[in-house]
Ligand binder design. Structure first.
Ligand code: PLP
Length: 485
């Protein structure tokens, strides 16, 4: 990496220069570089509005960059060990749509884990690609899905020799990766494209102690939520491409279908700035973050009723649990006789500590380059307080045994989505084919997808999430489902 070049921020610098030149804005947006105030500009300052420019001369075009955006994307590619990068302003959600739309034709097969993010399901509906789902390894004790075994992917590729691509999550929301390097080798031996959902892995290529990144493993294409772990603004992500297996122009074309023609240049500039920071200081930042998590794990594990996953959770050869990103604190809380959902709410209400998400038996706290020792100390203090209150109390929290036996895919997600349908109560829908997705938030993983037969286990899971007041997202009102007529 050329450190001198990485000191540049071509896009941010061009915007700054434009703002400082005091132009007369007869273009959109209508706030005219903050000339009119509103409650938001009063709250966060007028400078944000000044920098909120649309497409003035000299700022380049996101969809056909030849100037400063092109240069900023090239710098990102270099910093993240890729050949090409594409800036995104609608998160990895849009990146996943682009990867699938840009690489797989209607009727072509793609192998995906069943616990994919909803954007992958939506991409199947839009593209008409045919999914071959593989099961991740489930940890029923913790109630989470981990990675998919390399052998499971190999079996699926060998049973479907006409498969075009595999889709891999690296790492999962809970920090778990499979042996991606070996998986890429096996896929490439079979001429299969490897696309990676790296929403939670933006930081991986800056630290040797973490699982390797998609680009380090020679995957063909990946989408990274730079905003989640590398310090850019929410919604800003990037696609990375390596090698010659990907039709770059086609991926770009897919982008123009979904992207706004008025992309936020504040988000784009935040990518430029975050890339510079990671390129120059990422190693040091992550060293500090890992020291903080090491400290947090040690202290939290001393508290009665809770335990935290560490690297020993993974390191299993031939397993979906091969490597672990220990900047995630996966905190098991059922020893407090409370569910993760209850702890998630109470820790915010009583201690003003906002966690990332809750599951039945655990909560997830994400540390990243912005985390501080003071924040970690407050987290530890909050758990000490909760432990004093709940550990050893007689009120037992009953943890349901959750099964993940999803039904078979009966027809393609696209066919199901556009089928004639009838609406029935979900409790009575066993054996019917769903026309819609049902998602629980967070993390936005579908428990039901269009084209899938509705199993009894999924109905039980749905009932459980209703009872535990999880946020359920579906087209129909809660309790109902659209099924193929
Ligand atoms: C596994 C996974 N993939 C993709 C996404 C979407 O990323 P973004 O929020 O950047 O759109 C998420 C979001 O949380 C996710 O958890």
């Amino acid at each position: 990496m050329n450190y001198e070049r990485q000191k540049k921020t071509p896009l941010l610098t061009a915007i700054k220069k434009y703002v400082e030149s005091d132009p007369v804005p007869f273009d959109v947006p209508g706030h005219k570089m903050g000339r009119i105030h509103n409650d938001l500009s009063d709250a966060i300052g007028i400078d944000v509005f000044k920098y909120d420019v649309n497409a003035p001369i000299g700022i380049d075009n996101l969809y056909k960059g030849t100037g400063v955006i092109y240069e900023a994307e090239s710098l990102m590619a270099e910093a993240f060990k890729a050949d090409k990068a594409i800036f995104l302003i609608n998160g990895t959600t849009s990146g996943i749509m682009m990867m699938i739309m840009g690489c797989v034709n209607s009727g072509e097969k793609i192998i995906l884990p069943r616990n994919v993010h909803k954007s992958a399901i939506n991409a199947l509906i839009v593209s008409g690609a045919i999914p071959i789902f593989v099961d991740p390894e489930y940890n029923h004790d913790l109630g989470i899905a981990d990675g998919v075994k390399v052998e499971t992917y190999i079996e699926a590729m060998d049973s479907n020799p006409d498969v075009k691509a595999i889709f891999v999550i690296n790492p999962t929301y809970f920090g778990v990766s499979c042996d991606l390097k070996r998986l890429v080798e096996e896929a490439h031996k079979r001429d299969v494209i490897v696309m990676v959902d790296e929403a939670h892995g933006g930081h991986l290529s800056f630290c040797d102690q973490l699982p390797p990144s998609a680009m380090e493993c020679n995957a063909d294409i990946a989408s990274l939520s730079i905003h989640k772990t590398c310090g850019s603004l929410t919604q800003s992500s990037a696609i990375l491409i390596k090698g010659n297996n990907i039709d770059y122009t086609r991926v770009r074309k897919a982008y123009t279908m979904f992207g706004s023609t008025s992309p936020s240049h504040i988000l784009l500039a935040s990518l430029d700035a975050a890339r510079k920071n990671m390129a120059l200081h990422g190693k040091k930042f992550l060293h500090n973050t890992r020291k903080l998590t090491e400290y947090a794990i040690k202290e939290l594990n001393k508290i009665n009723g809770i335990s935290v996953l560490d690297k020993s959770y993974c390191n299993h050869e031939n397993s979906g649990r091969y490597e672990f990103d220990d900047t995630r604190l996966v905190i098991r809380v059922d020893g407090l006789n409370k569910s993760g959902f209850e702890i998630y709410k109470e820790i915010r209400k009583t201690y003003n500590v906002q966690l990332e998400l809750a599951e039945t038996n655990l909560v997830l706290a994400i540390l990243a380059i912005g985390s501080t020792k003071n924040d970690v100390d407050r987290l530890i203090a909050a758990f000490k307080g909760l432990s004093e209150k709940y550990y050893g109390t007689s009120k037992r929290h009953r943890v349901p045994i959750l099964n993940y036996d999803y039904g078979d895919i009966a027809i393609s997600p696209r066919e199901a989505y556009f089928s004639e349908y009838k609406s029935i109560p979900l409790y009575m829908a066993e054996g019917e084919i769903s026309c819609e997705s049902v998602m629980i938030y967070p993390p936005g993983i579908p428990i039901l997808i269009p084209g899938e037969k509705i199993s009894k286990d999924v109905i039980d899971l749905y009932k459980f999430y209703i009872k535990s007041k999880g946020t359920i997202m579906q087209d129909s009102e809660i309790g109902m489902i659209k099924v193929v007529k």
